[in-house]
Design a protein around this ligand. Structure first.
Ligand SMILES: *Cc1c(COP(=O)(O)O)cnc(C)c1O
Length: 467
């Protein structure tokens, strides 16, 4: 067995990868035929692959590398923590300094009385915690029948059985017996695809009122909580009409249910504020955090919980926890990441510099013949691809066929931009500069051109017949 290293030829690494490595959210056969792209190092917003290409990472890894790659401070903190205390748990009345300090910091950053943190190893785990915590809360309040959680179609809340069930991804629900019982899904506020002849404002109100209708249909005394991402990320960066969130908040104010904001993507500066619920004007009882919490340098997630829920949960033993809840190395790295975000005013950079500049340039992509709408909040943006802008028509081909062609052309042009169905999405590191944004836009335009040419060549530039 040779030593597997960055110095191996790409083809050999790809063959070894195909032989033994099972990839998440990937069709294995397709990947094996083509070979995975091997990323070897990264700095700032730039990835380097095993052939020496420099790739602009328009997705911040998986929406997580908020401070950018290559920050040695985080490596130093991790090494120091590993030498001092590499591991200890937080079960059974023990604790350690990194978990104390991180919880303390998060309580300071989070709004209102969100002062209590339950740690997890990931966003999926944190949402599993939330699922059990809200049900346990109502049970301890003498209302065990309040157990249904309302979520939204096309939401992404993670990949475990619990969090995947909370999510509303039909492709996931088709595999492995999901969703579990006790979860209801309402429609998403996706005006472009589903708004028909309604104005965006009316459509936003109508979609928000589905929450009210669902609570009435299920019975308020049976509903424990509503969970939502402030801006749906993996669902395609669906930015709701302006009327949506105020109406959701009105309904929530009138009903006795708990609100869970899944801030895994929106948190830690992505939307131009520390948390996305601030940006959309929503006051949750629990926030799910992960990803940008450590900028992806270590796997860590958690739930930030309001005083009322935390005090009720503290009234009994909550039989729940993960071996790595509050892992000292992950917690220390997250804390250092938050220090950098704060001291270098990265969130201000998003709000004042990067987001306005990217939005100015991003909108120009609607001049492209295949781009129907461009949306953006902070540094998360999307483009709707269409063969007929005026009709907001989807393609006749299966959703995602043309999006995939465009994603391939992005990769070929050394830009990481993802597709969700036929929406192209970006979420670059928060430290991206105007010069880098210019490069991103230039490459995106070229990839759209090439994607459209490929679609035309394959006879795919055709609108679906109107229903
Ligand atoms: C990624 C994501 C999750 C799941 O986080 P993992 O760390 O992958 O388990 C949950 N919610 C949202 C909104 C996400 O984007």
């Amino acid at each position: 067995m040779p030593v597997i290293s960055n110095h191996m030829p790409t083809a050999e690494l790809q063959a070894l990868d195909a032989a033994h490595h099972m990839h998440p959210f990937t069709a294995g056969g397709e990947l094996a035929a083509k070979g995975a792209r091997v990323i070897t190092r990264a700095e700032g917003v730039w990835l380097t692959d095993s052939d020496g290409n420099r790739i602009l990472d328009g997705m911040a890894g998986l929406w997580c590398v908020n401070i950018g790659y290559g920050r040695h401070e985080l490596a130093d903190v991790a090494a120091r923590q590993m030498r001092e205390l590499p591991y200890y748990n937080t079960f059974f009345q023990t604790t350690h300094v990194p978990a104390i300090a991180l919880a303390d910091k998060l309580a300071e950053l989070a709004p209102g009385d969100l002062n209590n943190v339950f740690f997890a190893g990931s966003g999926s785990e944190a949402n599993d915690t939330n699922l059990r915590m809200v049900r346990t809360y109502w049970a301890l309040k003498g209302k065990p029948e309040k157990s249904i959680i309302i979520s939204r179609k096309n939401a992404y809340h993670g990949s475990s059985v619990g969090s995947g069930s909370l999510g509303g991804m039909s492709g996931m629900h088709a595999q492995g017996g999901m969703p579990i019982p006790g979860i209801a899904h309402i429609n998403q506020p996706n005006w472009w695809a589903e708004g028909g002849d309604m104005s965006p404002e009316d459509f936003g109100l109508a979609r928000a009122r589905e929450l009210e209708e669902a609570i009435d249909r299920l019975g308020e005394k049976k509903v424990a909580a509503f969970i939502a991402e402030p801006i749906q990320g993996a669902g395609g960066v669906i930015v709701p009409p302006d009327s949506y969130w105020p109406e959701i908040q009105r309904i929530c104010d009138e009903r006795e249910i708990l609100l869970i904001a899944d801030e895994v993507i929106c948190g830690f500066g992505r939307t131009g504020n520390w948390f996305g619920s601030h940006t959309v004007g929503w006051r949750p009882h629990i926030m799910t955090i992960a990803k940008g919490l450590s900028s992806g340098y270590q796997p860590i997630g958690g739930s930030i919980v309001c005083d009322e829920v935390a005090s009720v949960i503290a009234g009994a033993e909550f039989n729940h926890g993960y071996t790595y809840s509050g892992h000292p190395v992950a917690a220390a790295v997250a804390l250092e990441n938050l220090r950098i975000l704060e001291e270098e005013k990265v969130v201000d950079h998003v709000l004042d510099v990067a987001a306005p500049y990217l939005w100015e340039k991003w909108q120009t992509l609607t001049d492209h013949p295949m781009v129907g709408e461009a949306r953006m909040v902070g540094l998360m943006g999307s483009l709707a691809l269409t063969p007929d802008k005026a009709a907001r028509a989807p393609f006749a081909a299966e959703a995602g066929t043309v999006g995939y062609l465009c994603r391939e052309r992005c990769f070929a042009n050394n830009l990481v931009m993802r597709h969700v169905g036929d929406r192209m999405i970006i979420a670059p590191p928060l430290v991206i500069t105007p010069d880098e944004i210019d490069i991103l836009i230039e490459r995106a335009w070229k990839a759209l051109d090439e994607g459209m040419a490929a679609a035309k060549e394959q006879g795919l530039f055709q609108p679906a017949p109107r229903a």
